[in-house]
Design a protein around this ligand. Structure first.
Ligand code: 5GP
Length: 205
């Protein structure tokens, strides 16, 4: 029997560029893992395609699916629902294929609780130093919005403790390459290959 696939979760603070990095991973490479298309209640943006970018659904349909337990996780983000359809994730993992999620941090924490065996990658902003300066100097900053955003950024950065890997989004290509390397390395772990070796050893003995 084929081993269950790995669940890979790409997440991180808002505005860090998760979507762009995810697109680079899926547009520029042939992958051994499949993207789980999320469901959302937000309106379709120009150029977006149903079932490719998202499953665009009405609020009532989304809430119905929540009630039925059809979502692995969901979150409300800037007034809209976003969620991960559970069936696709389970079916794909059962086939032995890896599943890749790109979701915001609240959703990622919920997935961590339900599927702690997943691989959680935190995409971090490239200019931490600049971020720090802005936070430290915020007392002199008159712009209330900047302060709010900074507070949110700090809260989101604190969540890094729940992740397995951190990847700085310095350039999209670098970040995409590092994430692919993480997935490859995870497959090479002895713990993931021990069963196969044990079987061979037993046969040979
Ligand atoms: P956007 O509206 O820009 O496509 O996405 C907004 C945010 O929702 C992004 O941070 C994106 O990562 C997140 N997101 C997309 N799909 C999901 C999902 O299925 N679950 C959760 N929790 N967040 C999602």
């Amino acid at each position: 029997m084929k081993a269950r696939g790995l669940l890979i979760v790409l997440s991180g603070p808002s505005g860090v560029g998760k979507g762009t990095v995810r697109k680079a991973i899926f547009d520029n490479y042939t992958n051994e893992f499949d993207y789980s298309v999320s469901m959302t209640t937000r309106p379709k943006r120009e150029g977006e395609v149903e079932a490719v970018d998202y499953f665009f659904r009405k609020k009532e349909e989304f809430e119905q699916l929540i009630e039925e337990g059809g979502l692995l996780e969901y979150a409300e983000y800037v007034g809209n629902y976003y969620g991960t359809p559970l069936e696709y994730v389970n079916e794909t993992l059962d086939k032995g294929r890896d599943v890749f999620l790109e979701i915001e941090v609240q959703g990622a924490l919920k997935v961590r609780e339900k599927m702690p065996e997943g691989i959680f990658v935190f995409l971090s902003p490239p200019n931490l130093e600049e971020l720090k300066n802005r936070i430290v100097n915020r007392g002199t900053d008159s712009d209330e919005m900047i302060e709010k955003r900074m507070k949110k950024a700090v809260e989101e950065l604190k969540l890094i403790q729940y992740y397995d890997y951190v990847v700085e989004n310095d350039t999209v290509d670098n970040a995409a390459r590092k994430i692919r390397n993480i997935i490859e390395s995870e497959h090479l772990k002895v713990t993931r290959n021990l069963k196969e070796f044990t079987e061979i050893i037993e046969e040979l003995e």
